[in-house]
Design a protein around this ligand. Structure first.
Ligand code: ZN
Ligand code: ZN
Length: 280
């Protein structure tokens, strides 16, 4: 069962219009395709959809649905969580009647900070400069802030899927901290417990791998194995910004999940996430 629920387009920082993704999904025999532009944020940026574009975004997904009846399309957003700054996720879900919300942290900080630490994007230097300028190179404080922001998102926002749970490792490249350090493992473990408590889905996100920015899926194998023990549901996401990225590393992701003890994936049907065997 081929699905992708994490897809960008030219409405945000994606590189192709939504229809290109729909055509590619049909070619790949996908049954589900969810569009998830970066949700509007209240500061100048070039990565998020503008709120005034949302009605057109929704209408275009409905048009695409008519043109490609074999696939089920979903209306969604990838919402950034920034304490004191971002709009509550539920506002978008209710106002625009979205099928689901993906929640993630790309910018670490809050309104009282002079700037936000951008941990995503293609440039390692931006990560390094932010770490120096905003955290005086205190990596443990910076990484702890990332995880605590993730905890706060899980505890205070209404959403469905946690985006690239351990994105913080991407630009680290094993330089400032190691993922097997005890303090880091404890932070990740707490995130897993909260994800279980709030019934959220973890995505296996392949973007770091196919962009060559990270040598592993998000999240790490130890997180997948712990989450599998707790029966936390999983999906596989390519986080595609180009239609050619839609199915990259899909078989590898299935293998990765199986190797780490996962037996089921979930898919969206009648507004409910339902599980199916990963071996089917
Ligand atoms: Zn993201
Ligand atoms: Zn994304």
């Amino acid at each position: 069962m081929k699905c992708n629920y994490h897809t960008h387009s030219t409405y945000c920082d994606g590189k192709e219009p939504m229809e290109k993704f729909a055509a590619k999904a049909e070619e790949l025999s996908f049954i589900h395709l969810g569009f998830s532009s970066h949700a509007p944020v209240d500061f100048r940026n070039d990565f998020a959809i503008k709120e005034e574009q949302l009605p057109a975004y929704i209408a275009e997904i409905e048009e695409i649905q008519k043109k490609y009846p074999k696939i089920s399309f979903f209306k969604a957003l990838e919402c950034d969580f920034i304490p004191e700054i971002s709009t509550p996720f539920a506002y978008f879900k209710e106002k625009y009647q979205l099928h689901y919300i993906i929640g993630g942290v790309h910018l670490v900080g809050k309104a009282t900070m002079s700037d936000l630490w951008f941990i995503d994007g293609s440039k390692q230097k931006v990560y390094d400069d932010g770490l120096e300028k905003l955290y005086n190179n205190n990596i443990r404080k910076a990484v702890t802030d990332f995880w605590e922001q993730t905890f706060e998102m899980i505890e205070t926002e209404k959403f469905d899927i946690v985006a690239h749970l351990d994105k913080i490792k991407m630009h680290n490249q094993d330089r400032f901290f190691k993922e097997d350090e005890k303090w880091y493992r404890q932070l990740a473990q707490h995130a897993i417990e909260l994800i279980k408590k709030f019934n959220l889905i973890i995505e296996i996100n392949s973007r770091g791998l196919y962009k060559g920015r990270c040598n592993a899926f998000y999240p790490a194998a130890f997180i997948v194995a712990e989450a599998a023990k707790k029966d936390i549901p999983f999906i596989i996401s390519s986080d595609a910004h180009l239609s050619s990225e839609l199915n990259l590393y899909y078989p590898e992701a299935v293998r990765y999940l199986i190797d780490n003890g996962v037996q089921e994936l979930v898919y969206l049907q009648d507004n409910q996430w339902k599980s199916y065997s990963i071996f089917s």
